[in-house]
Every structure is written in C-alpha cells, then in structure tokens.
Design a protein around this ligand. Sequence first.
Ligand code: GLN
Length: 506
Amino acid sequence: MWRRRGGTFAALAAFFTVAIMFFGIGGASALTAPATLADQSAPLPLGSTVQTGAVHTDVKGKTFAIATDTTFAPFEFRDGSGELVGIDMDLLRAIATDQGFEVDVKSLGFDAALQALQSNQVSGVIAGMSITDERKKVFDFSAPYFDSGVQMAVTKNNQDIKSYEDLKGKTVVAKRGSEGETFANSIKGEYGFTVKALADSATMYDDVKAGNSVAVFDDYPVLAYGVSQNNGLKIVTEKEQGSSYGFAVNKGQNQDLLAAFDSGLANLKANGEYQKILDKYLAKSEVEEQGGFFQLVKDSFPALMKGLWLTMVATVLSLAIALVLGVVFGFFKVAESRILRGIATTYVAIFRGTPLLVQAFFFYFGLPQMTGQPLSVLAAGVITLSLNAGAYMTEIVRGGIQSVDAGQLEASRSLGLGYVTSMRRVVVPQAVKIMTPSFINQFVITLKDTSLLAVIGFAELTYQGQQIYASNFRTGETLLIVAALYFIVITALTQLSNVVDRKFNK
Ligand code: GLN
C-alpha cells in the first residue's frame, strides 16, 4: 500500500534530526562546568573563613544558569515592572559582578528549582534554601548568608487559631519540599492536623485566605515581609529554630562556582555591600499604595503580553510539529502494514493514555536526569505539547481519511489514477474538509494546554499571571485579566479559522 514507505521513514528520521538540532538536544551543555575544572579547585569546607579580595579566575566570563523560587519575597519576587528582585537576586548578581561571571536566573519554584539542579538543568540554586543535614547529602552549600526559621500564620481576622494546639482536626498548608513542610509534618501527629503541600508561597497564602486550610507554615522573614505588605495574614507563633540559607550546587559538582560564590560573599560582607542589600529589602516596611483594577491591568500588561507571546510561540511550534506527526501516524493507522499500524497505535496509546502534566515533568526533569543532557524549558514544553497534540491529530487524520467513502478511492483507481494520485486528488481533499473543525478544536486545546507548562517554569501567560499575584497578592483580579486574555485570543483565532475554513472548504 505504501509505495514510498522507506521514504516516509527517512522523512521522519530527518524531521527528528532537525528538531533535535533546532532545540539543541544532545548538544554540549554549557550549564555544567567541565569535571576537570571542578576537580582542580579545592572545595571550601562549609563555614570556613574565606579570604576576601579573592577572585576565582576559573569562572570568569562564564554564564551559569541558576534556579530560584518564583515568589519568596523579600528574597526573590517580581517588582512592578516584572523584574526579578530581592535579597537573593541582588546578592547573586553582586557576587557575579564581583567574581566576573554571568548568571541566567530561572524562576522555577522551590521544589522545581531543586529538581532542576539535580537534573543538571542549572548549575546552582539560590532560593532562601536552608542548609539542612538531609540536603547536605546531595548538595554542597556555600557559607550561610541569612538565618531563618519556620513560623505559622493565619488570616488576619482568625480568632480561633492561636497555637499548634488549636490545629486539631484541621488542615494546614506548607511549601512542597521545604523546611516548613518538614517541620509541619514532624508535629502533625502530636497535634492531630493534616498537612497539605502547595508549590509556592503566594498560592499557600491564598489557600489560607480562601479558607481551604487554616494556617500556613513558612519561613519567618518571608511571612513577616508579606504581613508588612498587607497580604491579609497574621503571625501567631514564635519562630522555630531553623537553618540558615545557603547557595547550593550538586554534590561534588561546580565547585569552582561554589568557591567563587563564597569569595564574592566574603567580599560583599567586607565592603558593606551585603548589609546594604539586606537593609534595602528589610528596612522597607512601608506599604506601597495599590491602584484600582485598571491600574492593575496597566501595570501587568507588559509582563502578560510577554507571556502571551510565549504562549503563541509554544502553540504554533507545537501544532506545526503535531500536524506532521498527525499526518504521518494518521496514514500509518490506515496503512495495510501491521507494523506501521502497530507503531501508530502504540504512539497514540502512550500519549493519549498519560496526563500532559506527567509528560511535561518527564521531558523537563526526568529525561535529562536519565540522559545527563539538559533540555531548555521551551524545548521540553514544545516536545511535550507536540507529542501530545500529535496523538490526537493522528486520530483526527485517521478518522478524516476513513470517513471518505471507500468507493471514492475505488472509482478513482478504476479511472486509471495511481494510489498516490487518487489519495492526493480525491480522498485527501475531502478528508481535509471533514478534519478542519477537529483541527481548530485541537488548536484551541493546545493553546490552553500551554498553561500547564507553568509548572516547569515556562514563562507563558499563566506563569506571568502567577508571578504578578505572587507579589501583589491580588489573585482574583489578576486571574480575571489572564482568563480574559485567553478568551479574547481564542475567540478571535477561532473566528478567523472558521472564516478560513468556510472560504477554502466550500
Ligand atoms: N527555607 C526553606 C527551605 O529551604 C524554604 C525555601 C523556599 O520556600 N524558597 O526549605
């Protein structure tokens, strides 16, 4: 049936090669320092006194990808213009300048940042990350740069919860993978409460304010800062003895970067810059005036447009690849060869039978851990979406072809046209007409599915919205704006597609 079966395979192979080259999968990683370099510089024992004035020449001119939390004010958060600022950010940048290296900061969320480090997607993490014994088994830490500890907060007007004893039978929230979560879990048996884990501080506070959980466990400087910014919470317990924050690299790796961080930190402490950075964020307790809804629309517009652009980029790239996959596997599905049908059926089964979110985690965190090759978030996102949408496209194409009456092909063949010509001139044009509405539907689904990539830190529209309400605490209004943008874009594009459909598929 397939005359040019070999050709199809070759085309598929060529396509994947191009895709791989395009996304730089398998390329040499610029993120991880070569082992030889790491081996040459002696790691600094934790807490040792570092010589000030030292500059580590082996990191000079290099760029390191560093992961951080999305929202952990005053350590990392977005200012009004969408810039990532905070104590961690200023310290990191000042140290990089001092030591002559560059940083590419990736705002992923706390748990995701640690995972990105472990899969070597980034060289280091700075995220108000506590230096704990457990973590020291897998990470190497810089000298501590800030003392912290866990505290509990409830809504401002909550009169019932004043201590851990009042938590009996209730649900509290803490950040996934954080010291706060570990602490809450360590006392939940004693006080009889349930611990729920969420990904970032802003969502945790919202959860408490929405009444889904009664209290939140988070680091005290962060809670205190949020309360001073009117986040609607109040602190009700004394702070628990906690660990200090440090900059982390994978154990035994990037020791040159770690040593440079330590030298830079020592230099900043010596020249007063470190204290200046702390004062800049901690002394600032005045609450910024918040404007009305339209002011919020205006302020958030640049960041949201950036997000919308990335949403469109990911959608278009993914759909283009998905279309190729759909056509190839769709034809496989109606092929006579059992092998081709088997391949297509397996592909569809896998990608339709597993959640998109699991696929995204797998391509961004899992695969790089297994292969040792980091993958950019755009590449991982597009691979996920295109493979997923490709599975649905396959079914659309198969259904389209099969819905054209078999007599059409027979009639065309009996008129003396070859199989390929008959398909191309008779069957496919009719099938396309039938498939178009389903294609438009898939396009809308894929566009909306890009929002799931926010969990791997892809800075699309939903992610930008999350970043905004993480720093202004105006969740409801921000989400309304985000939803309206999706709605407008999707409605406009469906209208457009329908017009095109009517014009060409008359
Ligand atoms: N200090 C806490 C920890 O390391 C929380 C860090 C964070 O939420 N960014 O677990």
